[in-house]
Ligand binder design. Structure first.
Ligand code: SF4
Length: 472
């Protein structure tokens, strides 16, 4: 049978979409190739959020030109956001490209791949019409990302609950690449979660570009609760599910009902990723973000009251058009004030056909670089402090498998979404494991099985040797 290889760029939505494509190919009898060089079908699922992400995917596909020359029967395709944004233009940029499929057509990929594999095997591809481009809208496409391809003993899974975004932040290309907001029904989502739990999944992360505004155009409020909170409550009811997360929300979608959910739903984990973007009201307004620095800070405080010890992470853009030293100083001050558990800091990247790309006063790259570097030092310091606060504590992790940096160890995440590595055995994979935290690098934690909080405090003070080197 033909073998396929999918490389995914960008966010968790893309990971989830790639998983759906993999599953649909496997259902047709295709096999997973361990690397692109052994594949008969190479698919790159692309991201358009920053220019660098597009350049990486284009560069990667360009490097595959030699494979295309040596093995002309191999099928090459671009999927996802860049495919949606650029469409047939990609066929001119990359002559060996066979397939371009946009964000509402992932469920058609297997059928298109089949057609291309057959034609290439019969050497019918000299005719350029055999390339396939499909970037059309499709009604109901939000219901098509619903099947999974789980590893043995996989305990965590992403569940796509909606597609698209209507917010039109002025820097963002997503409304163009993913379309308007369309949500699945609560019944369908709960059915998918039940099936996952029956297969051994213990933690699900609900996914959407603007996840906490789920269903606002389709479903009514009930009992003062938004469709998203109704969904959280319904998923929380699923027997056997132990942990629940969601990403990525928008600060304006946190009303009292959602803040209350952190008080009332114990399976909802103590972590919220809350994109801040800027600490300057002037820049937030130019970004079309409908909150202020003060209301953002108030929201963080409300969440910390509702769920003490909640981990808060964020996204921040530096160098947005017109950002002055004073605007940047306000961002820096807010980051210091909030003390995030971690943050992704991005230099503003102009995306074509977005309002911000047309704005005057684009910021010089060197200034962006300096602000990026400076803000990372602030973020790293607060991330390190957040890790160090856990040293000496007993935590529960959900073991996901071997550590990516050291296959001799296992790794998992705390409820606050921090990675912990530890020495364990295969029976721990897919299970909740209680650990004592004995060391923090700031970016990952080292845990020890069977430790009480008291014993891991001794270990942290050097009176017991942690069994694991700290840098894994
Ligand atoms: S809410 Fe998020 S996905 Fe939607 S336009 Fe703004 S940044 Fe883009």
């Amino acid at each position: 049978m033909p073998k396929f290889f999918i490389k995914t760029y960008g966010c968790q939505m893309n990971e989830r979409d790639s998983e759906q494509v993999a599953r649909s190919l496997i259902d047709r009898g295709y096999e997973v190739a361990p690397s692109e060089s052994e594949a008969d079908v190479v698919l790159l699922n692309t991201c358009s959020v920053r220019d660098m992400a597009e350049q990486k995917a284009l560069g990667k596909m360009g490097m595959l030109r030699r494979t295309a020359h040596e093995r002309p029967e191999v099928v090459f395709g671009f999927l996802g956001c860049m495919a949606q944004a650029r469409g047939a233009e990609l066929l001119k940029l990359v002559p060996h490209l066979d397939l371009v499929v946009g964000t509402q057509k992932f469920h058609r990929v297997a059928e298109y791949v089949d057609q291309l594999v057959t034609k290439k095997r019969h050497r019918e591809m000299d005719d350029p019409r055999f390339s396939i481009v499909d970037t059309a809208d499709e009604e109901g496409s939000q219901e098509t990302i619903r099947e999974h391809h789980l590893r043995p003993r996989q305990a965590t899974a992403f569940v796509s609950i909606m597609q698209g975004c209507n917010m039109h932040c002025t820097f963002c290309i997503v409304p163009r690449t993913r379309g308007g907001e369309r949500s699945r029904t609560i019944t369908e989502i709960v059915r998918e979660v039940r099936e996952l739990v029956a297969l051994g999944v213990k933690e699900v992360t609900l996914l959407g570009q603007i996840v906490n505004l789920y269903g606002r155009h389709e479903f009514p409020k009930r009992g003062g609760k938004s469709p998203f909170v109704q969904l959280l409550e319904a998923v929380h009811e699923v027997e056997g599910l132990l942990r629940l997360r969601f990403t990525s929300p928008h600060p304006i979608g946190f009303r009292d009902d959602l803040i209350g959910a952190f008080r009332e739903l114990p399976k909802l984990c103590e972590h919220v990723h809350l994109p801040m973007q800027s600490g300057s009201d002037r820049i937030l307004k130019a970004m079309h973000r409908a909150y202020t620095a003060e209301s953002y800070l108030r929201l963080v405080e409300q969440l910390r009251i509702a769920r003490p010890n909640i981990a808060v992470t964020t996204d921040i853009i530096v160098g947005f058009p017109g950002e002055t030293d004073d605007d940047y100083a306000r961002t820096r001050a807010l980051v210091e004030r909030v003390q995030f558990d971690n943050a992704f800091v991005f230099r503003y990247s102009a995306r074509r056909e977005t309002p911000a790309a047309e704005m005057s006063q684009q910021v010089d790259e060197k200034v962006k670089e300096a602000r990026n570097h400076d803000l990372l030092t602030v973020v790293d310091a607060s991330a390190r402090r957040a890790g160090e606060r856990l040293v000496g504590q007993a935590v529960e992790i959900l073991c996901e498998g071997r550590s990516k940096t050291n296959a001799a160890r296992l790794s998992g995440r705390t409820r606050g979404n921090k990675i912990v590595v530890f020495e364990g055995d295969e029976s721990d994979v897919g299970q909740l494991v209680n650990l004592g935290i004995v060391h923090s690098t700031g970016f990952s934690l080292t845990g020890m099985k069977g430790s009480t909080a008291a014993s891991c405090q001794f270990a942290a003070m050097g009176e017991l040797q942690p069994p694991i080197a700290a840098n894994s």
